[in-house]
Each structure stands twice: as structure tokens, then as C-alpha cells.
Write a protein that binds this ligand. Sequence first.
Ligand SMILES: Cc1cc2nc3c(=O)[nH]c(=O)nc-3n(C[C@H](O)[C@H](O)[C@H](O)COP(=O)(O)OP(=O)(O)OC[C@H]3O[C@@H](n4cnc5c(N)ncnc54)[C@H](O)[C@@H]3O)c2cc1C
Length: 407
Amino acid sequence: MGELRIAVIGCGVAGQASALFLSRLGHKVTILERFAQPAPVGAGLLLQPSGLAVLKRLGLYEDAIKAGAPVGGIDGRTVGGRRVLDLVYRDLHPTCGGLGIHRASLFDLLHRPVQAAPIELICNAPVAALEQDGNAVTPKGADGISYGAFDLAIVCDGAHSALRQNSTLRHRAPVYPWACLWGVFHDPQRRFAGVLSQRFASTQVMIGVLPVGINPADGSGDWVTLFWSLRQREIAAAPSRAALRETLLRTWPALGDLLPAADAMPAMAAATYRDVFMPRWRQRRVLFIGDAAHGTSPQLGQGANLALLDAFHLSRSLATGDVDQALDGFAAARRGQTAFYRLASRFLTPFYQSDFIALGSLRDLAFGTACRFPPSRELMLSTLAGIRRSVFRCEALNADGLLRLPA
Ligand SMILES: Cc1cc2nc3c(=O)[nH]c(=O)nc-3n(C[C@H](O)[C@H](O)[C@H](O)COP(=O)(O)OP(=O)(O)OC[C@H]3O[C@@H](n4cnc5c(N)ncnc54)[C@H](O)[C@@H]3O)c2cc1C
């Protein structure tokens, strides 16, 4: 395949990883980003052995490990202390593990090589439409401004994708009624190091603390991200920082080691998410990937990992054959896994965030047992690790405990 002019819309995880892979294949890549200065939006996240394998392929794994914090598994309990989730990556493979990372660290990790590569980055470029004429696609702004003609447009504008909303491709993307508040806190005594800790009360309360390593704002280590699920209307009521702090401490007293005094409590930001169902991701020379194509609730901690895998498989497909075959090949390679994780997130989310209180009791009774016994333990672990393709099919790990990617 000859050199293609490729527009990548969105400078997030999927956009930057795709731009890097495609530029390395010799294509002429332009990233169009709506913000004046591309920057990470959101809290820390958990990279799985699947996403880490893609970072390794990009040559960014060692830097990721330096920036992030090792996460050996999940320790999820009710507020009364009953074990609900007890998953340890090592049980899959002796060197398997997750990596908590500050979102700004992941952004920098991808952005540095993007800046060093022959990739054009156009900021202040909110794309509102993609006009197709034959095999040419022209991204346009809401004011009609044209960003030039390309052979291919990769849409990576995230879960709230305006381009998906404006597209004639069939899709459904309802916003979850539950959202989350998040904040980044210093944990110099490393009380929350090593695992993703979660506390649940019925289906109404879910709080998680994820170690994320270095805070790029000042370069210091031992930071954690705190996630707190709330209904959108509770977040919209804008409770004061002191009130938030008090509720957190009442629910999970051990957070007293983490949260600063009431007058120093930082603001917590809100995030909403969608369940994106899109049976076809491609319309001629336009392809949707990442959250724009298959966003989920963050319950399973997979979205960024799936976005990285999309980028890898897209470049692999484009390395051979003609463009149309490559795009169809990409969809065939990714459809099964993304459908599995979307459905698993949809199925599991109400057990943690919903008004179906009975599901909370069922979760407390059943999940702890499921974590202990094969084959449910293996199913849960491999789902967490990002290596499942379906309920029946799981991919292999390599000697480093990372997903074994095809050559
Ligand atoms: C609270 C929370 C916790 C999460 N935790 C995890 C986790 O632990 N592990 C995990 O793997 N995933 C997690 N996720 C999911 C993860 O954040 C997403 O799956 C991932 O960021 C998707 O990457 P993306 O590139 O598709 O979209 P994004 O990262 O959202 O990037 C979209 C980019 O497109 C730009 N853009 C948007 N519209 C336009 C436009 N019209 N024109 C030009 N540019 C545009 C945006 O500014 C942005 O730069 C979490 C999500 C949330 C909300």
C-alpha cells in the first residue's frame, strides 16, 4: 500500500497511538484536536496487560512503568468489610500485573513521540463534519472551514463523539445515569499502594482508590486517584468540598489517611460515560475507533486498553492489502472483543451503580465465591486483564505476562 494522507480526529489515547503507528508505517498523518492545547481530561486509569503490550510495541513500556504504579489486583469489599472482589493478576501468570497511571502521564508518554514524529498536529480544530467525495474525505469545522482532503479519516473523538452523533451510521449511545467524581491525592505513606481498593454499599455507593505513581504536575511519586460513583443529579447538586469529604470519611474511615483537612480539600471533577453501540464503524473512508466506536462505563477499566488495541490492529490491517480490505479486516479483528467488553460492562455496572438494590445483595453473596473457584475465577481474572475475546475464548500471555500480540 502506498503512502496515505490520514486525518486522525482527536488527540486522546486512540488518536495519539494510531497516529504513531500509522506514521511509523510511512503514512502522512495529521491530528485534528478541538482544544487549543491538547491535554488529558480525567483521572488516573488502570492499564491492563493488554494495553501495556501495545505500549511495549510502541517502545513506551519502560517509561510507562517508571511513571505509573504497579497494581497487583483488586481488593473490593463492602463497607462492613466483607470480601466481594479478590482478584490477583499473578494467578494468571507469575509476572502479570496492571499499572495505575496518572492520565497526564499517559498523555505525555504518547505526546512526546507524537511531537518528535513527522506528524502534523492542528489544534483549535473542532471537527463537526466529514465530507466524502469518491475516495477523498474532508474534515470540516462548524463554521465550514476545511482542514484539507485526506485518503482516510480515523475518528477518535471519544465517548461523547459529535461526529458519531452527526453520522448516518446506526448507533445508540445513552449516557449512564450514574457518573463519578474523581480527584488525585497524595499517599506518601503508601497506605493504598499495590492494589485497586474498592468499597461498596448496596448498589448506591462505590468508591475506589487506584495508585497512579507520579503526579506530572510536580514530579512527586505515590499519588492515587479516588473515584466515587454518584448519580448525575447528586453531582449536579454541587455539594461543598467539606460535605463530600465528610460523606467519604463516614463511608470509608480509612480515607482519613488520604484526604487533607476540610479547608485544604481539593475540588473533585465529574466524569460521565456512555454505553456506545455502533454495529458498523466504517462509512467508506471514515472509521470510528476507541470510545467513539465502543465506549463503555469504566466498571471494568478497559476503555483506554481497548483504544490502544484498536490503534495496534488498525496499523496491522493497513500494513497489507488495499484500504477497503484493511478497514474491513480491522473491523473483523476488533468486533468480537469490543462486543464482549461492552456487554460485560453493561451486565456488571448495575451490580455496582443502579437503583436495583437486590443486585447489591446478590453481588455480595455471589461475587466473592466466584472469585475463589475456577472456572469463574479465571473468567473474571482474564476479563480484568483485558485478554478475553469472548466468554469462551481467551488470548495468551507472553513470558513478560503481557498480552501476546501478533507480529
Ligand atoms: C472516570 C473514568 C475512569 C476510567 N478508568 C479507566 C481505566 O481504569 N482503564 C481504562 O482502560 N479506561 C478507563 N476509562 C476509559 C478511558 O478514559 C477511555 O476509554 C479512553 O480515554 C478512550 O480514549 P479515546 O482516545 O477513544 O477518547 P478520549 O481519550 O476521550 O480522547 C478524545 C479526544 O478527542 C478530542 N475531541 C473530541 N471531540 C473532538 C472534535 N469534534 N474535533 C477534534 N477533536 C475532538 C478530545 O478533546 C480528546 O482529545 C475511564 C473513564 C472514565 C470516565
